[in-house]
Design a protein around this ligand. Structure first.
Ligand code: SF4
Length: 448
């Protein structure tokens, strides 16, 4: 394996408290949630008098795109909702989605935990821009992130002498179901509408007709928090970092064979995956492969990944989308096929149980992959595996089957050597416990 050395320090990457960071600017992570008075001293109040239309124009000019899978332009979402309300006050709903169903991703949780007031400020900007009077924080309760948000709401109520914490919009927390697909936008809308957290294909964007038919702006915590900084510092400031395709900083979570799985890093760019892994992941060598974008992301060859720029737009164009922002090098002594098999088995069990290709196809994919990892698969099984993954791609009411298919196909290509070895009957001996790729225990009754 080649040896690499850590690059010279620059401001292109940083964690909480590092000078130069944006969403994570302020006190170090060890100090926990930034209190309201410190937040106001550091950033000042939100500009009080911008009109909804002015705010939306500002977001347009910033080029802010969603920090999730689709990178959908936030301003378009706000415009859709504003149009759908016909200008009526209180018709739209804003949902901050911090449910983060990706087991290894922590960026939205960390943001809520350390900078809760930035998230609440962002929700305020979103609410103002569509004249919403209600904000929902959709997140898992009873964790550090939800406690920080609850404390922040209480702080504001005390400071402002009112229960309204977003200048006219009330805020409530909703406990999100702990399922992988429960954070998908249509599942969020369905759950908040009193139905299960089931993805649904309605053909109409949530921003036009979401919860109970109301225009519903759903954004993850990172996307929403960016709004708080755009409103304060402007579009040109926001565009100073990131790339022309996807301006602004990006939060990433490190996992897999790194020194601190779960560490969240803010990328201002330009930086490469290799710089991230050397400086924050503690890697002094090229990993054999890197999983990029989440458990439904893409395995990519380590050497190719090392030099790839951490640019959401560029990575999407090269077929390796950053998705939820997970970057996970394969740990040494772990087998990529065995790791993928473990993840796919878990993902198959996360189906919402309503579409045939997902309910029947994904367990069959998981079975064939397990056999391959165990050295029990034949070339015919491998062909069947490829056919099955191709047949579930694009099927179902949400992107779950397609995401699994993409993960499996990228694993078969990236770990072609391991596939050949397993086909000769060699079983995999690597241990999932050492991979740094966590999988939650499935809970009884944790359905949608
Ligand atoms: S594709 Fe799977 S996860 Fe998505 S809605 Fe259908 S059954 Fe549920």
């Amino acid at each position: 394996m080649s040896t690499v050395s850590a690059p010279a320090r620059s401001a292109a990457l940083g964690t909480a408290g590092d000078p130069g960071t944006r969403l994570l600017g302020g006190p170090p992570a060890s100090e926990g949630a930034e209190p309201y008075d410190a937040h106001l001293r550091r950033l000042g109040p939100l500009p009080p008098d911008a009109s909804p239309a002015d705010l939306r124009l500002l977001v347009h000019a910033s080029g802010l795109a969603g920090r999730g899978g689709g990178q959908f332009p936030t301003a378009v979402k706000l415009d859709q909702a504003a149009r759908a309300t016909g200008g009526a006050v209180g018709r739209a709903l804003v949902v901050v989605n911090s449910s983060e169903g990706e087991p290894a991703s922590r960026k939205d949780r960390v943001l809520c935990e350390l900078r809760p007031h930035l998230v609440l400020d962002g929700a305020q900007v979103a609410a103002r821009s569509v004249r919403a009077t209600e904000v929902v924080l959709y997140m898992h309760r009873h964790g550090r992130a939800s406690r920080a948000i609850e404390s922040a709401i209480a702080e504001r109520a005390t400071a402002e002498g009112a229960v309204s914490v977003t200048s006219g919009a009330t805020v409530r927390l909703v406990d999100a179901p702990r399922r992988y697909v429960a954070g998908e936008t249509s599942a969020v809308v369905s759950y908040l509408g009193g139905l299960g957290a089931l993805p649904r294909r309605t053909g109409v964007p949530a921003a036009v007709a979401g919860v109970g038919g109301r225009p519903t702006v759903v954004g993850n915590a990172e996307t929403i928090a960016h709004l708080a900084l755009v409103a304060r510092h402007g579009a040109a400031w926001f565009r100073e970092v990131g790339s022309p395709g996807v301006p602004g900083s990006t939060l990433l979570t490190l996992a897999g064979g790194v020194v601190r799985p779960g560490e969240v890093v803010e990328v201002l760019g330009p930086a490469t995956i290799g710089e991230l892994l050397a400086r924050h992941g503690g890697l002094g060598h090229l990993p054999s492969a890197v999983l990029v974008g989440g458990y439904e992301g893409t395995w990519t060859d380590g050497a190719a990944a090392w030099g790839a720029p951490l640019d959401r737009a560029g990575l999407s164009l090269s077929g390796v989308p950053l998705g939820c922002g997970l970057v996970a090098p394969l740990a040494t002594r772990c087998c990529g096929i065995a790791e993928t098999s473990r993840i796919v088995r878990w993902l198959a069990g996360e189906s919402a149980g309503q579409c045939g290709p997902c309910v029947y196809g994904l367990p069959a994919v998981a079975d064939l992959l397990s056999e391959l990892a165990a050295g029990a698969a034949t070339r015919r099984d491998l062909r069947r595996l490829r056919e099955l993954t191709g047949s579930v791609r694009g099927r179902g009411a949400c992107g779950h089957p397609t995401g699994v298919a993409g993960l499996v196909e990228s694993a078969l290509d990236t770990f072609a050597g391991e596939v050949r070895a397993h086909l000769t009957g060699r079983a995999c001996v690597s241990s999932g416990e050492l991979s740094g790729l966590p999988l939650p225990l499935r809970r009884e009754g944790s359905g949608p």
